[in-house]
Design a protein around this ligand. Structure first.
Ligand code: ADP
Ligand code: MG
Length: 799
């Protein structure tokens, strides 16, 4: 095939003598004609091996190489019909070989038409998940290895631009719905004019509400004249679904319609009833007891998978742990998928993206930690083990409130029996988990998200007879996850208050209507609509459910993948409303949607302003007045200029640009003045600081002077900023002259005045110098009371 370009060159050996005549080669179209002629005579009851089918020798060779000798039931029944060109609805248990049941006709059809690269796309295979697409692609590579058709794997998470240029090269495309639609919409190179055959693997999933619009859009782009094959273990028979595909007299092929059970024979199924808070302990104990097994553990949401994986990895259980969920990068997803395929013993924590179609070899156990949303989900999950005549075990963990699920399973021919867990054997890891969370904040947040995601998943489950969020012991559950404080479940609290409000309103309405009715003694339309038109309401609600955006659903369940984000949710949205409980449920959901809608829209200032303008609401303003009663204007908050204030008070709508320019100009003057004032203030502050600093230094120097005796420094008393001469450095005159008696007061005053008279000291600059080996001296540079000063200085030096 085109994708397998590596060719082994044969070693050149010595020339051989030809002993036999070269056989005449039959032309390919002749072979094809012969094969086609045999199509009419295919009788499935006579088919023992693949060779009994009129298949090309290339295909038979590849099948044989991979040990596909004897076809399975579904292969026997459907391959012949498909080769003849029929539309098929194929149903068979999980692991019964449905992939080959459609791949063989695909390869043969293109071969018989001698399909070439130039003809473009001949067959399109659509699957709901990337891993499943990848798996089918790998099987196609195996069985189509001798054919000359090209095949492409078109799934999300890969380089779209690179893919775009190759889209016209593929004869067979295996894809997920979202990605192929992307190419149909925006890639001119891609067309489906020549398409011969479409396959929907896991058809019921592809056709359910999650992919409804995408699949409809894809089908619109396909030629009406084509063959369609649908396969699933839980095949849809919905006329509405099938009408969308415009099938041509489809043939329903059910390989195990009359089988005793819906699930594989080799599968042992059991359930265990435990409380929510015991789940973690049960899982931990289970893993520790099955270290030599290959196990898949299903959870309801990505966040639970992420947390369980991360925290249990740190607890080192002694077995490889892996996680597969929508939020992972595609490279990592493929890596995990392949690694788990190749492992002998490992535990894979997964969401329902791993529930359908995946053929991991040798899985011993499927553990469903959370109850599946319905019987179909159960069938697909357990179908990951006991595949193709192998054995396997499945265990379903149920809460006491989820027992209704058992009745549903039994109704659908699923044999399941109870097993009890010995409580003594349960080892709860919650203390260790708690210690881990205390040390790691990120892990703690993951735990909190997991907790909320689980509660949400229960809340959004469709079947309220099974799932009841209000009975969950969430506090104990949080503790079991290692969370000392249970996270707030805000959405539930909000819903509760909204519901209460709604209930009160409803009651009021009811009362009003009854009053009307009593008063008028007649049935008016409003009254009847309030009480009897539940169906209409529910109809609207249903419509709203359908309108929920993908993004919000992904957010709800923490699934970031564009193809798979629908997997968990949509079915829950498509609610059949019967009776009181479901009506309430729908109402709750509508509230959530409304809330989410409003949440999604960011509230911008512009939007608020628009709203206010629309409603002509004038916002309150705060005015302050000075003691004279005049309004104080804060220039930082409001316009100052007369012109601007006039402009603001104008009532005319719209913006007068010229006037606005003038206003800006006017305001600019005030702004500049404010700026200048600020700079001035800053300078003043700097000066003030400098002065304080100097003062401090001065006093320090003084201290030192006292100790050392003198220092080399200049004091400038002529400081324009100073409030007068700083004389603090001078010694206390009382100490020098002694305290004078009152009679001497005038005399001493006179002396003091002589010394400290500010006018005399105004321009005095005294310089203390300290030269080596010289006595310090004081220079007085202005005439004043020199004698007194000299005397004082000498006295000072003497002391
Ligand atoms: P389904 O799609 O029905 O769940 P698959 O097509 O994935 O099942 O096949 C399940 C397993 O059975 C695969 O590992 C596949 O290789 C194997 N298988 C399918 N058909 C045959 C066959 N005819 N002979 C041997 N093995 C087969
Ligand atoms: Mg399959």
């Amino acid at each position: 095939m085109g994708y397998n370009k590596i060719k082994n060159k044969k070693e050149q050996g010595p020339a051989k003598v030809k002993l036999f005549r070269k056989r005449h080669k039959i032309p390919e179209n002749k072979i094809i004609e012969e094969l086609r002629a045999r199509y009419e005579n295919i009788d499935e009851s006579n088919i023992k091996n693949f060779e009994d089918f009129p298949l090309s020798s290339k295909l038979l060779k590849a099948l044989k190489e991979h040990n596909f000798i004897e076809p399975t039931d579904i292969q026997k029944q459907s391959i012949g019909l498909a080769l003849k060109g029929n539309d098929i609805l194929g149903a068979a248990k999980t692991g019964s070989g449905k992939t080959l049941a459609f791949l063989i006709p695909v390869i043969e059809l293109l071969y018989c038409q001698q399909w070439s690269r130039e003809l473009g796309l001949g067959a399109l295979i659509i699957t709901p998940t990337r891993e499943l697409a990848y798996q089918i692609f790998e099987t196609l590579k195996k069985v189509g290895k001798y054919h000359r058709v090209t095949a492409g794997l078109i799934i999300g998470g890969k380089d779209l631009d690179h893919e775009k240029n190759l889209m016209d090269q593929y004869n067979i495309i295996i894809c997920t719905p979202g990605r192929i639609l992307q190419h149909m919409d925006g890639n001119k190179l891609f067309h489906t004019h020549n398409l011969q055959l479409v396959v929907l693997d896991e058809a019921d999933r592809c056709l359910d509400m999650g992919f409804e619009q995408t699949i409809n859009a894809i089908i619109e782009n396909l030629p009406a004249e084509r063959q369609t094959l649908l396969f699933s273990a839980t095949q849809t028979k919905s006329v509405k679904d099938l009408a969308r595909l415009s099938l041509r007299e489809p043939i329903y092929v059910s390989a195990h319609e009359y089988a005793e059970y819906l699930t594989p024979e080799g599968l042992q199924q059991s359930y265990v009833i435990i409380n929510l808070e015991e789940k973690m302990a049960m899982l931990w104990s289970f893993i520790k007891n099955h270290l030599k097994h290959k196990i898949i553990v299903f959870f309801s949401s990505c966040k639970q998978v992420k947390y369980t994986y991360e925290v249990l990895c740190r607890m080192r259980p002694g077995i490889s742990l892996m996680a597969l969920y929508g939020g992972l990068h595609q490279m990592r997803r493929t890596g995990v998928y392949e690694a788990f395929c190749n492992k002998q013993n490992a535990v894979l924590f997964a969401t329902d993206i791993a529930a359908r179609g995946l053929d991991f070899p040798g899985v011993n156990w499927v553990v469903q930690m959370d109850c599946p949303e319905d019987v179909n989900a159960y069938v697909h999950r357990v179908g990951r083990t006991a595949r193709f005549r192998n054995g396997g075990e499945a265990i379903l963990v149920l809460l006491p409130s989820e027992l209704n699920m058992l009745h549903k399973l039994q109704e659908h021919k699923i044999p399941i029996s109870e097993i009890k867990i010995n409580p003594n054997k349960l080892h709860s890891p919650h203390i260790k988990l708690g210690a881990l969370l205390v040390r790691d904040l990120a892990l703690k947040e993951t735990a909190q998200r997991a907790f909320v995601a689980y509660v949400k998943s229960v809340y959004y489950m469709r079947d309220k007879k099974i799932f009841n969020v209000h009975v969950l012991n969430t506090d104990a559950y949080a503790k079991s996850l290692g969370l000392a404080i249970p996270p707030r479940i805000r959405f539930l609290q909000r819903l509760q208050t909204n519901l209460e409000k709604n209930y009160e309103e409803k009651q009021k309405k009811k009362k009003n209507c009854l009053d009307d009715f009593d008063g008028k003694l007649m049935i008016n339309r409003d009254y009847s609509s309030n009480y009897n038109n539940d169906d209409d309401d529910s109809g609207n609600d249903k419509e709203e459910q359908r309108l929920i955006s993908k993004g919000s659903r992904a957010e709800m369940f923490g699934i970031a993948d564009s193809d798979e984000e629908d997997i968990l949710t949509i079915k829950r949205m498509n609610i059949e409303i019967e009776g009181e409980i479901e009506e309430q449920e729908v109402e709750e959901k509508r509230l959530v949607q409304n809330q989410r809608k409003s949440k999604n829209k960011a509230l911008t200032k512009a939007a608020v302003a628009k709203k206010l303008m629309k409603k002509k609401i004038v916002p309150n303003t705060k005015k302050t007045f000075d003691h004279k009663g005049e309004e104080k204007i804060d220039p930082a908050k409001s316009k100052v200029s007369e012109l601007a204030r006039e402009y603001e008070n104008q009532e005319a709508s719209g913006i007068d640009i010229e006037f606005a320019k003038k206003v800006i100009h006017e305001e600019d003057k005030f702004d500049r003045e404010r700026f200048r004032e600020r700079i001035r203030e800053k300078h003043r502050e700097e000066k003030r600081k400098l002065k304080a600093h100097r003062k401090k230094e001065q006093s320090e120097n003084e201290d030192e002077d006292e100790a050392v005796g003198s220092r080399d420094e200049t004091y400038n008393t002529d400081d324009s900023d100073s409030d007068g001469a700083d004389l603090s450095w001078l010694p206390d005159p009382d100490k020098i002259y002694g305290i004078k008696t009152p009679s001497n007061e005038t005399e001493s005053d006179e002396a003091m005045k002589k010394i400290y008279k500010p006018s005399k000291r105004k321009l005095v600059i005294m310089k203390k110098t300290k030269e080596k080996n010289k006595k310090p001296k004081i220079e007085v540079t202005e005439k004043g009371d020199l004698l007194a000063t000299e005397e004082l200085a000498l006295e000072l030096l003497r002391n």
